[in-house]
Design a protein around this ligand. Structure first.
Ligand code: C2E
Ligand code: MG
Ligand code: MG
Ligand code: MG
Length: 290
């Protein structure tokens, strides 16, 4: 009965809806207010060189800290923001905040690294994406060389020609571009050549496969690394969680490693320690606050 009275009269009862739908509505509402009320923050997950373990860069990862819903991870809200289009203004906030954070580290006298920012399909579909990003970066007096963008393989493959143009335009303006979550989509490896990105990030599904008992998982990762290198790309392994994965990746000459084994997503201050700032480097297990 409540359902029939529902539309426009707000007489839904929670018990009438399944929990997931309620949660989705709560998150939609939270997203609606999030920019104005400053609910968003960034974490920075380090990427390290496989060769010598030196810091190679950071990936900015968005968090939504809501007064009643708590700290939400992108897994919960990105797809909703993507569907309703809010990801577009949110994405510009991420670019601005990443620039500001780099400046804060610089102001504290720290050497900074490149910061990678994730772009989702809806953002890539904006005709003025690059123009707007350039305006923000310029207004924040940040150099494009300090910023790179990650595009998932699935998003990249949606329109190969357009992606190739977008990647080219970004690179012409000084921004580096990476293909993210590689291997989860269905691209022919040959398409990689058309994107001409500098960096390929192997999805953690394949990194998990390195620990399998048979050798097939390792053979696949070896093949991806070889191919990427032959196309002039550097390779990042995502989701490195075990010592044996690290050893295998190093033996396969994987250029960079990222994952909980080496470093979880960190607050700006905690990341500052990696940049030479004051404080104790926390053991990864103590900082899993995602
Ligand atoms: P992604 O870009 O592939 O980021 C990697 C995700 O894996 C992150 O989850 C990270 O916390 C997690 N991760 C890192 N190391 C490990 C590990 O060793 N093991 C496991 N199990 N997970 C690990 P997070 O932060 O929840 O982000 C999820 C996804 O949300 C990201 O995947 C990215 O696609 C998207 N995302 C995050 N921030 C943004 C943003 O600012 N804008 C857009 N458009 N998307 C974002
Ligand atoms: Mg990413
Ligand atoms: Mg990824
Ligand atoms: Mg992902």
């Amino acid at each position: 009965a409540a359902k029939r009275a529902g539309r426009g009269t707000c007489r839904f009862f929670e018990s009438d809806m399944n929990e997931a739908a309620t949660r989705t509505l709560q998150i939609q509402q939270a997203l609606h207010e999030a920019l104005d009320k400053e609910y968003f923050s960034l974490r920075f997950q380090p990427k390290f060189y496989g060769r010598d373990g030196a810091l190679a860069g950071a990936e900015a990862l968005l968090r939504l800290n809501h007064p009643t819903l708590g700290l939400l991870s992108p897994a919960e809200f990105i797809s909703i923001a993507e569907r309703n289009g809010q990801i577009v203004p949110i994405g510009y906030w991420v670019v601005r905040e990443a620039c500001r954070q780099i400046r804060r580290w610089q102001a504290a006298g720290l050497k900074t690294t490149k910061v990678a920012i994730n772009l989702s399909p809806r953002q890539l579909a904006q005709p003025d994406l690059l123009e707007t990003i350039q305006e923000i970066v310029h207004a924040e007096r940040m150099s494009p060389e300090k910023i790179m963008f990650e595009i998932t393989e699935t998003a990249a493959m949606h329109d190969v020609r357009r992606t190739a143009e977008t990647v080219h335009a970004f690179q012409k303006c000084g921004f580096e571009v990476a293909i993210d979550d590689f291997g989860t989509g269905y691209s022919s490896l040959a398409y990689l050549q058309r994107f001409r990105v500098r960096q390929l990030k192997i999805d953690r599904f394949f990194v998990d496969g390195l620990d399998a008992h048979d050798s097939e998982g390792t053979a696949i990762v070896a093949a991806i690394i070889k191919l990427a290198h032959s196309l002039g790309m550097n390779v990042v392994a995502e989701g490195v969680e075990t010592e044996s994965q690290r050893e295998k990746l190093e033996a396969l000459r994987c250029d960079q490693l990222q994952g909980y084994l080496l470093g979880v997503p960190l607050t700006p201050d905690a990341f500052g320690v990696l940049l030479g700032g004051p404080g104790e480097p926390l053991p990864p297990s103590a900082t899993v606050t995602a």
